[in-house]
Each structure stands twice: as C-alpha cells, then as structure tokens.
Design a protein around this ligand. Structure first.
Ligand SMILES: [Zn+2]
Length: 367
C-alpha cells in the first residue's frame, strides 16, 4: 500500500505509512493505560486517552523534527531529499544521494541527534519552570524523556543509524567510502543481533511485548544495514563508469517512416521497448512498443511513427555516470533510456547492461 501524503515542508513530501497507525495506537495505549495513570493518578479514563494521544502526536512531531534536521542539512549541501516517511519504527528521510565527502556525511548524520537533544533540553527547562504535579507536567516530562532517548538510540554506532553514519564519516576520512561503509555496516549487523538477543532474553523472562519489539527492531536494523551497504556498493561501482561505454548506438527513426518499417527493419535488431524518432521540427521524440501493441496490425503500414511518438521525458548524456542513468531509469520506470548529446540522439542505454555489470562484480567478489 502506498503511504498517505500529509504535507510538504521545504519542498519535502511528508508521508504516513499505514504501519504508523499501529505504533501510534500502541504508544497511546501504553501512555493512557500505563504511564499517566501510574505517575499522575486521579483523572478519568477519557482524560488519560486524550492526553495519551496528544503525547503520541507530539512524539511523532519530535521524530519528524529529527528527520527534518537531517533533510534540511542535506538540502543545504545540495543533496536532494525526496520525502520523509513516518512508519512503525519511527521516521526515515529519503535522502537521494550519498554525501560527497566525510564532512557533509558527518554534519547530515549529526543534525538529527542534535535536534533531539536540543528538544530534550527545551522540555527539561520547561519542566524546571513548571514543577506542578499535573498532566501538562506529565506531557512535558514524557517529551523530555523520549527526545533524549531518540538522540541516544540514534547515536549508537550501528549503520545505518545516525551514530553508524558518524562512524562511517570518521573511517571515510582515513579510507575509501566502500571500506568505511563495510566496517560501519558490520557494526550495524552486530548491534542488530544484540537487539534480537535482548529480545529473546526478554521473552524468556516473560516480557513478551518488549521482547517482540526488540526482536523486530533488530530484524529491521539488520536488513537496513545490509541494504544500505549494497546500495552504497552499487553507487560506488556505477559512479566509476560512463554511459558512453555501455550504450548501444542506434539510427533514429525518421518522421515519415511507418510503424511497419519499425517492426520490419528496426525492432528485430534492437529489441528495445522504446525507440528514438526525429520529429519534423528536428526535436527528439520516442515511440513505445506498448503503444504499437494498441494499433491493429493492418494499420501498421499507414500509421507514421511520428504520430505515436511522445516527447522525451528522460535521457542521459554519454558522459553521465551509470549511477545517474540507473537512478533516472528507476525514477521513470524505464528499461531503456535514450542517450542524447546536445540535440543529437546517439543511442540507448539498457538497464540489463547495468545489471550485467553488477552481476559480474558480485561474481568476482564471491570468488
Ligand atoms: Zn536520525
């Protein structure tokens, strides 16, 4: 299921994943049935649930501010941020690219915990100046506690947690990015297994809910550290190659050629799902094999390719890296992308060529 779009801040789309409702309910339940009645007795059931849900909303506002701090810092250094997604394990900023150097990596990673600690100190000060033993004091104390906890947990040096990214930035100053990522991912995996171990111990001690929770976070973190390492590895490999060495040269279709010409004389040799056409205005267009499927076969000899051609939405330059090309192909869900230099179509780049290159790397790595 697609997440629910909420609103935009600094051009960043804030989304709510459906799994978020589960954690929101769990937090509200724990606060309304546990924390508030225990420390602030004497109120009615409904008051505890209202205060509990307000506190849960404010907890996720704190999480959002933490992720926004990462995002705004990334944007400041020119790294695009697509969205921030709130989900069962908190929040995640979808930062689109690797930091260009260790310093930027360090600052982007440190911004989140710094924000959480600042909020923690803010609520600590509020609690100091509002020492009344009521529910408002309870909310303030709860927010102070969760913000300090958020800052501390994220500082654990377990990649891809913030602390793991800080560790990676430090190693990156001495070694290359890939080595730094491998080491910090290993610490991420070790911490993930540690959490799972704590989970099992908790369950054996009869604390089932806490145990499950540790186990789930451990599983999630292990998967996240593995995926992040692989993404970094692929981006480092693909950034080292240029499109021009992997593209296939093609002769573009001319506007007066028919669909039948394409099927007879082009398609058998190129077998590509898209194909470039030079328009009568000299601009580059593309036809899509899916559009041809919608045309009855007996009309193929009368329909001109330019009639079904569409303007170019995405293309790469021969000097672009394969990494950039792959990101564009993923963004527009393309199997092939036209390669354009100035106003000239040079060829097409296939996703399968990139995948083949990565496969070769993986095989070599195994050996
Ligand atoms: Zn963070």
């Amino acid at each position: 299921m697609n997440p629910i779009p909420l609103f935009k801040v600094f051009g960043i789309q804030i989304n709510l994943d459906f799994s978020w409702f589960f954690i929101f309910f769990l937090v509200t339940f724990t606060l309304a049935e546990g924390f508030f009645p225990h420390f602030y007795p004497g109120y009615s059931f409904i008051v505890y649930w209202i205060v509990g849900s307000i506190s849960a909303v404010l907890l996720f506002v704190s999480v959002l501010l933490h992720e926004l701090s990462h995002s705004v810092t990334a944007l400041h250094f020119g790294i695009p941020v697509k969205s921030i997604n709130l989900f069962i394990f908190g929040g995640v900023a979808m930062i689109e690219e690797e930091a260009p150097n260790p310093k930027v990596e360090f600052l982007v990673a440190a911004a989140g915990p710094l924000c959480s600690f600042t909020l923690g100190i803010l609520f600590f000060t509020m609690a100091y100046f509002y020492p009344v033993d009521d529910l408002l004091n309870g909310i303030i104390n709860y927010l102070m506690y969760v913000n300090f906890a958020l800052g501390l947990f994220n500082l654990v040096p377990a990649f891809p947690l913030d602390g793991g990214r800080i560790l990676r930035a430090i190693i990156w100053t001495k070694k290359d990015l890939l080595t730094a990522t491998r080491i910090s991912s290993l610490s991420g995996t070790i911490f993930a297994y540690f959490l799972m171990f704590v989970g099992v111990i908790s369950i054996l001690q009869g604390n089932f809910i806490n145990g499950m929770w540790y186990g789930l976070i451990g599983l999630f973190l292990r998967q996240a550290s593995k995926t992040s390492y692989e993404q970094t590895k692929f981006s480092v490999i693909l950034s080292g190659y240029k499109v021009e060495n992997f593209m296939q040269t093609v002769k573009p279709l001319l506007p007066d050629e028919t669909v039948l010409d394409f099927i007879n004389f082009y398609y058998p040799f190129y077998r590509s799902s898209i194909y470039p056409v030079i328009g009568r205005d000299g601009q580059i267009y593309v036809i899509n094999i899916e559009d041809i499927k919608n045309i009855p076969e007996e009309r193929w000899s009368v329909v001109h390719v330019i009639d079904i051609a569409k303007p170019l939405i995405a293309y790469v330059s021969p000097y672009d890296s394969l990494y950039k090309a792959l990101k564009l192909m993923n963004k527009y869900r393309l199997e092939e992308i036209p390669v354009v230099y100035g106003n000239t179509i040079l060829g097409i780049l296939r996703k399968s060529s990139i995948e083949l290159l990565l496969e070769r790397y993986l095989e070599e790595e195994k050996r």
